[in-house]
Design a protein around this ligand. Structure first.
Ligand SMILES: Nc1ncnc2c1ncn2[C@@H]1O[C@H](COP(=O)(O)OP(=O)(O)O)[C@@H](O)[C@H]1O
Ligand SMILES: [Mg+2]
Length: 432
């Protein structure tokens, strides 16, 4: 036999053996789809995922598929961890260096993957989940697993998430599936604690993260405003007394918790004093009617995907009725909190973007547009209170992010924003 042919055969024999070893373990799961293995505890069959660089990869996929994923599906992998993406000028030294590093990292990951499959390595973090996908990530309240072949994204809830909140999230998704820029819900299984939605093939919408205000606002007008406008009419708006809204917001358990002894840390004190001052400011405004509309609740570039059919929004778990400028301000304040854009810059961007947004609202809902332009301050402050309340609710359940730190960043941005507006008002008065 020629040496080259012999090597080729040895390589393919090795791959065959890798698969064969796994299939021997698969046999334990009678009546199940190929690829499932039996849990050590003897319970239901599960898929095993290993954690590499913030990603989770299913060990039941073949090493060839795994290599294809790393080398050919880089864009899909980067979309879920966008901070790993570098925008380097092509054919420069740093471009080559980056790609060489990526290549070596992929080779290293393949070697870990193969060793894990052979049972030669056990110091890698693993999780067992009931659904198959090639890769996934840890998300709020669980994991999201992506299957590129079937075009599905599955959210699997952690065991400590209560059934009622899973049902609520599924109900929410059933409702928003009707929106053309939301993913459609395909299947769910309450017993196994997961739901599936369509996997949206996309890339990162870079213009929405651009530090340049012109690029950013252009993308905002073209792609975001139409989505916000159609979301506002998706469910009938509600007009509510400002004081009633405040009472409801301040009545949530997370706010009541702020006054208990267990939360005496300086962070909680800061949050409480900010909320108290905001509520006081709003009380001064008196009894006015504010418009509540259906909002996404986490309307920011991290939840936007750029597809061939335009922008799509994912992560609707926080959707619900809120003050009518909630999504608008979320989108702009996210710039300050996530990317360290200056508050001064964002003040000018809002000053330009808000009238444009309101004139779009005026076409379909003139009375809401009137309220937005007359009580701009009230809607902004309402947003502040709602954003902090939302953060406090999430802080109790999020194991991946430091939500408390985020809330403090938001409060700092809100305070700075108000300071700038007061300074501007004063300088206008001085000129007059
Ligand atoms: N249906 C989907 N199609 C494509 N990518 C998705 C989908 N759902 C989530 N993702 C990707 O996974 C990431 C995290 O999911 P997300 O639901 O936003 O989690 P979290 O609640 O932690 O923010 C998103 O930023 C996105 O890149
Ligand atoms: Mg998200």
């Amino acid at each position: 036999m020629e040496p080259a042919v012999a090597t080729k055969r040895r390589v393919s024999l090795k791959f065959f053996m890798l698969n064969a070893r796994f299939q021997v373990r698969d046999v334990g799961c009678s009546g199940m789809k190929a690829g499932k293995i039996e849990m050590e505890s003897g319970g239901s069959c599960q898929y095993q995922y290993i954690k590499l660089d913030h990603y989770y990869f299913c060990l039941q996929q073949s090493p060839i598929i795994f290599a294809w994923l790393l080398f050919c599906k880089r864009e899909d992998l980067l979309t879920i961890q966008p901070w790993l993406k570098k925008n380097l000028a092509p054919w420069t030294l740093s471009y080559f260096r980056y790609h060489w590093k990526m290549f070596m990292r992929n080779v290293w990951h393949i070697s870990i993957f193969v060793r894990c499959r052979l049972g030669l390595r056990d110091n890698v973090q693993t999780v067992r989940l009931p659904v198959y996908g090639q890769f996934g990530m840890a998300v709020h309240k669980g994991y999201k697993i992506f299957n590129l072949r079937s075009g599905l994204a599955t959210k699997i809830f952690d065991s400590d998430v209560n059934q009622s909140s899973i049902v609520r999230e599924i109900e929410q998704l059933k409702k928003v599936s009707q929106i053309d820029f939301a993913p459609s819900l395909t299947r769910w299984d309450l017993a196994e604690r997961w739901y599936q939605e369509e996997y949206i093939r996309s890339n990162i919408p870079l213009a929405h993260r651009s530090p340049d205000s012109v690029t950013f606002l252009k993308a905002f007008y073209q792609e975001v405003v139409p989505c916000m406008n159609s979301l506002m009419v998706f469910q009938p708006p509600e007009a509510k007394d400002l004081m009633v809204c405040l009472k409801e917001l301040m009545g949530i358990p997370e706010i009541k918790r702020l006054s208990t002894e267990e939360l005496t840390g300086s962070e909680f004190k800061k949050i409480k004093s900010f909320l108290d001052s905001m509520v006081e400011c709003l009380r001064v405004e008196g009894n006015i009617l504010v418009n509540l509309v259906f909002t996404h609740g986490d309307f920011c570039p991290a939840n936007m995907l750029n597809t061939r059919q335009g922008i799509k929004f994912i992560d609707w778990e926080s959707a619900g009725y809120r003050s009518a400028l909630f999504d608008f301000y979320s989108y702009f304040f996210y710039r300050i909190v996530s990317s360290k854009h200056s508050v001064e810059n964002v003040v000018s961007e809002v000053n330009e973007g808000l009238p444009n947004f309101i004139s779009g609202v005026a076409m379909k809902m003139p009375e809401i547009a009137y309220s937005l332009s007359h009580f701009e301050k009230v809607y902004r402050w309402m947003y502040y209170v709602e954003e902090v309340c939302k953060g406090l609710e999430r802080e109790r359940t999020d194991k991946n992010l430091n939500i408390l730190e985020d809330i403090l960043k938001y409060i700092e941005a809100f305070n700075r924003y108000e300071e700038i507006l007061v300074d501007k008002e004063q300088s206008v008065k001085c000129v007059e």
